[in-house]
Ligand binder design. Structure first.
Ligand SMILES: Nc1ncnc2c1ncn2[C@@H]1O[C@H](COP(=O)(O)OP(=O)(O)O)[C@@H](O)[C@H]1O
Ligand SMILES: CC(=O)N[C@@H](CCC(=O)OP(=O)(O)O)C(=O)O
Length: 300
């Protein structure tokens, strides 16, 4: 009976999201354990069979770091972004496009001929300009880090129309001939906006956005719903990897994506629980308008 209840609870959500494009950011920290990687692939293929159109944008921060360490290349972060020298850029591109992208495509394709890998350089998907960090009002050079200025989503849309699951690495080309390292959360948000996606889902290694984050504190409280303007107010106080993540959610909802979510990719089947259950999980970011509440009856 419990199983039947679970299935029937999914009915309104199946109806609501049938045919919907969902952009899923798969973070490097969420993909470290083999059994969770297999469950992630199961979920993505489940979504595809349930009539949704999933698009994966993957990260790979820890995997890049391991290779940089192996090669003795120094690297550090400023405002959640990797300072990327030309030497580091070669490693970033090799690991994301040649290793992580292949791994994610391979996992999904155990289920059938669905996944097609792409770099953001392909078919001019992402065009970027050099990005600078600003710390205490001071502009800092962080190397070959890119800010996406244009998205040509036609090739991704064509794959979706063909029933495929695009798997995208967050590398961009510059009109200046450079190759840029783009934070994967930022790339996922830009693609979600360009595809007019119904949802952006960011999978990471924490339950969601904590109201008052302190490392190793067992009593942390997850913010389950937050409006765009409230999130904008919190952004200056956020630290490390959460900065690009929450900026990405804000960019997505301000760009017309109706909902953006941060979920714990370590929780088995987090994607299915978020999309097909009434309570959802993690942190949901909503625009300032009330459309979502009106449409669903769920109070934000
Ligand atoms: N307010 C916060 N809520 C949750 N996590 C936070 C917060 N502030 C900082 N963090 C840190 O941000 C990390 C997630 O960012 P990151 O390591 O870049 O993840 P990913 O590889 O999934 O992109 C968390 O593991 C946590 O250590
Ligand atoms: C500019 C910048 O910081 N780029 C990231 C790209 C990978 C990424 O974003 O991976 P996660 O999602 O696993 O953190 C990096 O070099 O680590």
């Amino acid at each position: 009976m419990d199983k039947a209840h679970t299935l029937i609870e999914a009915l309104p959500w199946l109806a609501r999201f049938h045919g919907a494009t969902v952009v899923i950011k798969y973070g490097g920290n969420a993909m470290t354990e083999e059994h969770l990687r297999a469950k992630f692939a199961d979920d993505v293929v489940f979504l595809r069979y349930a009539g949704l159109k999933p698009v994966i944008v993957h990260g790979g921060g820890p995997q890049i770091q391991a290779q940089l360490d192996l090669q003795g290349i120094d690297s550090h972060f400023v405002s959640g972004l990797r300072v990327t020298t030309p030497e580091a850029m070669q490693v970033v591109r090799m690991v994301l496009v040649g290793q992580v992208n292949r791994d994610v495509v391979g996992l999904i394709n155990r289920h059938g001929p669905f996944a097609v890998g792409m770099s953001g350089e392909d078919a001019h998907l992402f065009t970027a300009e050099r990005k600078y960090a600003v710390v205490d009002g001071v502009k800092i050079d962080i190397g070959q880090v890119g800010e996406i200025v244009n998205v040509e989503a036609g090739a991704v849309q064509a794959l979706l129309d063909d029933g495929r699951i695009p798997v995208v690495s967050s590398i961009a080309r510059g009109a200046d001939g450079e190759i840029y390292n783009v934070n994967a959360d930022t790339a996922a948000a830009a693609l979600a906006v360009a595809l007019r996606a119904s949802k952006l889902i960011v999978l990471t290694d924490v339950e969601g956005l904590y109201a008052d984050w302190r490392p190793d504190d067992p009593g942390l409280e997850v913010i389950s719903r937050i409006r765009a303007s409230e999130l904008a107010g919190l952004l200056p106080g956020l630290s490390s990897g959460m900065v690009p993540k929450m900026e990405a959610c804000l960019t997505a909802v301000e760009g017309g994506v109706p909902q953006a979510h941060v979920l714990d990719g370590r929780a088995p089947h987090a994607l299915l629980l978020e999309i097909f259950t009434d309570e959802g999980i993690g942190t949901m970011v909503l625009p300032d308008t009330d459309d979502f509440a009106k449409e669903t009856g769920v109070a934000p």
